[in-house]
Design a protein around this ligand. Structure first.
Ligand SMILES: Cc1ncc(COP(=O)(O)O)c(C=O)c1O
Length: 395
């Protein structure tokens, strides 16, 4: 069976051109970039070239890029590293209620050690208003961290306006751009102070990421050791992965506009197709301010997990991007923040596109989704005559 992968917000297929470059550095370019001999110098050159490519994708200077192990580490370094270097174990941080756990958990940790954190609400489309950021800023605010686009519902935040505001108020602004780097245009010269990215979200390898840190910003290292990455992030560089991320950045930069338009076309085909063909289906997130690769729906009377499993049996990989994860029975904090009831959050499904998806795959998905939803609704105890009573929903 030819399988169809529509879960590119979870991770993407590594591009063959990336793999080719990485293999070279696993087989032959295995030197330690800190070594003085030719093996080391070659590896070091490759790391610096990758740094240039990653910087080029977001309009940064190469020496403003710190390589990390992924988006989670980049977020941790930005939040804890900045707060600990500049907040003197106290101060106020502003973030949003729909951030990824890689931002929410460091914020909770900082709360425990004496910082105060404001988690801003969002509207029904998952949008954060710049006015609410402005209202939240206090004299002791040390950092603002608002994600560029949400990984579940795909809503893209007004980060240019928030960066401008933060600059006017003299507060550094960090953005988690893990879902947007390589997908929508980004230029840190708009006043962003720190920006997190992750290689595996744009057809690069897993286990490598980067943090853009504007010149002059001080971070407390979260990894003490040999002093690599300007002393901010010690450990021997993962050269093949860094090279792979650099290549992925270069490809994304070259193919950017055409690829983004192509994905928007397929995304809209999926959104229109589902809303037209599946009764009682609704779009989550914003209609226009959304990632080019994200479609996120809610279906009345059934659960997202059921849809995922049925589609998987038909060879189509999608995600709930919401409801109960394997480790927790809580509905998605993002969907609840947009005002959905827990049972509505549980009926949600995320389809996320990547470079290798085609219109034909979207058509196959559309053919299958209406059938799967009908099958599940026939089995569901809930229907129009017997909806879940408000307050009666369980996770
Ligand atoms: C918005 C966002 N931030 C952070 C992360 C974590 O990135 P990584 O898997 O590279 O640690 C993810 C991954 O899903 C994400 O979507």
């Amino acid at each position: 069976m030819n399988r169809i992968y529509l879960d590119n917000s979870a991770t993407t297929r590594t591009d063959d051109r990336v793999i080719d470059d990485m293999i070279l550095f696993m087989r032959e370019g295995y030197g330690n970039p800190s070594s003085l001999h030719s093996f080391g110098r070659e590896a070091n050159r490759a790391v610096q070239e990758a740094r240039q490519r990653v910087a080029g994708l977001i309009g940064a200077q190469p020496d403003e890029i710190i390589f990390t192990s992924g988006g989670t580490e980049s977020d941790n370094l930005a939040l804890k590293g900045y707060a600990l270097a500049n907040g003197r174990k106290g101060g106020h941080i502003i973030t949003s209620s729909i951030e990824h756990h890689a931002v929410l958990e460091p914020c909770r940790y900082l709360e425990k050690i004496g910082f105060e954190v404001t988690f801003l609400p969002v509207d029904e489309f998952g949008m954060i208003s710049t006015a609410s950021v402005e209202e939240a800023i206090r004299k002791d605010t040390v950092l603002i961290s608002i994600m560029h686009a949400n990984n579940e519902i795909g809503t893209v935040q007004p980060i240019d306006a928030i960066a401008k505001l933060a600059n006017e108020k003299g507060v550094p602004f960090h953005t988690d751009a893990v879902q947007t780097v390589g997908r929508i245009p980004l230029d840190v010269s708009n006043g962003i102070s720190m920006l997190s990215m992750s290689g595996h979200k744009f057809h690069g390898p897993k286990g490598v990421g980067a943090l853009f840190v504007r010149k002059g910003i001080r971070l407390e290292t979260q990894m003490h050791g040999g002093g690599q990455e300007k002393g901010v992030r010690s450990s021997t560089e993962n050269v093949p992965a860094i090279v792979g991320m650099g290549k992925a950045a270069e490809i994304a930069g070259e193919e950017f506009d055409a690829e983004s338009r192509r994905q928007v076309r397929i995304r809209d085909m999926i959104i229109d197709g589902v809303l037209e063909s599946v009764p009682r289906s609704f779009l989550n997130g914003h209609r226009s301010e959304r990632l080019p690769n994200n479609a996120h729906f809610r279906f009345d009377f059934i659960e997202g997990e059921g849809i995922v499993l049925h589609l998987d049996m038909r060879g189509i990989a999608v995600s709930t991007g919401s409801a109960c994860s394997t480790s927790s029975l809580e509905p998605s904090h993002v969907l609840l923040a947009t005002g959905l009831m827990p049972h509505q959050a549980h009926g949600s499904l995320r389809i996320s596109l990547g470079r290798f998806n085609t219109e034909e795959e979207a058509r196959i998905f559309l053919d299958n989704i209406s059938e799967v939803v009908s099958i599940l609704r026939e089995m569901s105890p809930y229907n129009e005559n017997n909806p879940i009573a408000p307050g009666g929903d369980q996770c």
